[in-house]
Ligand binder design. Structure first.
Ligand code: FAD
Ligand code: SF4
Length: 468
């Protein structure tokens, strides 16, 4: 424990964010790190509790508490306070595959479990984590670590989101030869094509992929493993295959949209925005919101990211329709929390874009089926040329499961407490097994599946298994 009285002396101070009215004019990251002396104070707020609930990731009565990766939080908070960056990094990397991702986008269930938070404000665990890893990249302490020897076993990971990357990283460290096969043009899954640049810069994703490549992981993009011939070849060539294809099957909007242009799902819209703004591509699947009246249906990260993206593209108006009542979203003080996107909408339009207890009842179309407006369940007609469905996901894609002969319900069926599927040497992890979730859970899944695959390949493992 760095400072026994730190939690009494120092108040919680989060990383700063760029002002909403400024940041909405570009796609740059909105986090601003604290100066070094203030960061150390934040590390010093940790009480090093006898039972550190923050690191004891567990599910109780259906709710997750603490870090699913079991990050050794009090240990590195202590090192943050004492300024021992090297030791902080080594303790962080013991359990965490990609702190630069979780340090930016994790909703921090660790902070929800922090004892400091019972009578005051929890420790800024996530910001402390981000400061450790970013300092290490800045000082060039994050160098490629190649395994000293190879096992001779070959593993194929299908899908390069956080689950696939974590599994590949762990198995490569154990000396297996790992190839990651990805359908998209660039690796990263939703880190690359879902979560927008202002929350998670694409340069940060590329930096990690480059490091993993230097460490010996091979990335092959533009390959669709749902093609039967591809699946057959992968099964023949590799000693084990881990399917980490996500759960991207969108939940239907429940409206007849046949022949209507101007309706798309949130992930399709966000992917197109990344392709335009970060990859410089104009021909994309979904339209830009520039100059349009946009209606977004749904809540959660995807809906917020769509609001923030539409504002940056220069929409004429943006409205978010939420099915459940406002009261369901109030915090313990009775206030309605503002996500980063809602702060930005307020700064640009002077209004919170959310309307509660309301849904779309009917679409209004103009010539050639172009969307012109939506009629809500309140019988309001809103002008709308772009309707974005951010209504969640119904499960994983069927085609890739069929190609490998893997059984699925909404997600891939695995044996209880295991990542093995019904097909010999085929495993599954991440959203594809767990259902729509969070980056930190996808990483925990990938690490756990890697431990199981390692044991399957060589009969034992010394890899940690955060789940199961
Ligand atoms: C818009 C949005 C914002 C989000 N924001 C957050 C957030 O702020 N914080 C948070 O913790 N979580 C967030 N999430 C959730 C988080 O991104 C996911 O839980 C996580 O990415 C799941 O990881 P995964 O590796 O299982 O799958 P994914 O990230 O979905 O990756 C799956 C990969 O498999 C590839 N693939 C699929 N089929 C094939 C095939 N047939 N052949 C080859 N490759 C294939 C895909 O192209 C993709 O690259 C967000 C999700 C969305 C949609
Ligand atoms: S990964 Fe998430 S839950 Fe774990 S320490 Fe970091 S912010 Fe907290």
């Amino acid at each position: 424990m760095g400072k026994p009285t730190g939690f009494l002396e120092y108040t919680r101070r989060e990383d700063r964010r760029r002002p909403p009215a400024e940041r909405v004019r570009d796609w740059e990251e909105f986090h601003l790190p604290l100066p070094e002396d203030q960061r150390r104070e934040q590390g010093g707020r940790c009480m090093n509790c006898g039972v550190p609930f923050c690191q004891t990731g567990t599910v109780y009565e259906g709710r997750a508490f603490g870090c699913p990766l079991h990050n050794l939080i009090p240990e590195w908070n202590d090192m943050v306070f004492s300024g021992n960056q090297g030791h902080a990094l080594s303790r962080l990397l013991k359990t965490s595959s990609f702190p630069e991702f979780t340090g930016r986008v994790c909703p921090a269930p660790c902070e929800g479990a922090c004892i400091c938070g019972i009578y005051g404000d929890s420790v800024t665990v996530r910001d402390n984590e981000l400061s450790i890893i970013e300092a290490a990249f800045a000082d060039r302490r994050m160098r490629p670590r190649r395994p000293p020897q190879r096992s001779g076993k070959k593993v194929c990971v299908v899908g390069s989101g956080p689950a696939g990357l974590a599994a590949a990283d762990q198995l490569n460290r154990r000396g297996h030869l790992v190839t990651v096969v990805e359908r998209a043009e660039c690796p990263g899954g939703l880190l690359m094509y879902g979560i927008p640049n202002m929350k998670l810069p694409k340069s940060v994703v590329r930096r990690r992929i480059d490091l993993m490549s230097e460490e010996g992981v091979t990335f092959v993009c533009g390959v669709d493993a749902a093609e039967r011939a591809v699946a057959k070849r992968l099964l023949a060539e590799y000693d084990a295959v881990i399917l980490c294809c996500g759960a991207g099957e969108p939940r239907p909007l429940g409206l007849d949209t046949a022949g209507v242009t101007g309706v798309c799902c949130g992930t399709e819209y966000l992917k197109s925005a990344v392709e335009r703004a970060q990859l410089g591509r104009e021909e994309t699947a979904a339209p830009s919101a520039a100059g349009l009246d946009v209606v977004i249906v749904g809540t959660g990260d995807t809906a917020s990211d769509c609001v923030a993206t539409a504002l940056r593209q220069g929409c004429r108006s943006v409205t978010q329709l939420v099915r459940r009542p406002r009261e369901d979203y109030l915090d313990s003080a009775g206030a309605l929390p503002l996500d980063y996107a809602h702060e930005e909408a307020l700064a640009v339009t002077g209004q919170d874009p959310r309307r509660f207890s309301v849904q779309v009842k009917r679409l209004v179309t103009g010539e050639n089926g172009a969307l012109a407006g939506v009629v809500t369940t309140d019988d309001d007609t809103l002008p709308c040329q772009l309707l974005i469905a951010a209504t969640g996901f119904s499960g994983c894609e069927r085609a890739v499961c069929d190609a490998f002969g893997v059984e699925r319900d909404k997600t891939v069926r695995t044996a209880p407490g295991s990542f093995a599927t019904n097909v010999e040497k085929v495993f599954a992890a991440g959203d594809m097994r767990r259902g729509q979730s969070l980056v930190v859970w996808a990483i925990a899944e990938g690490r756990s599946a890697a431990a199981e695959v390692d044991r399957y390949l060589i009969g034992y493992t010394n890899l940690a298994r955060p789940i199961g």
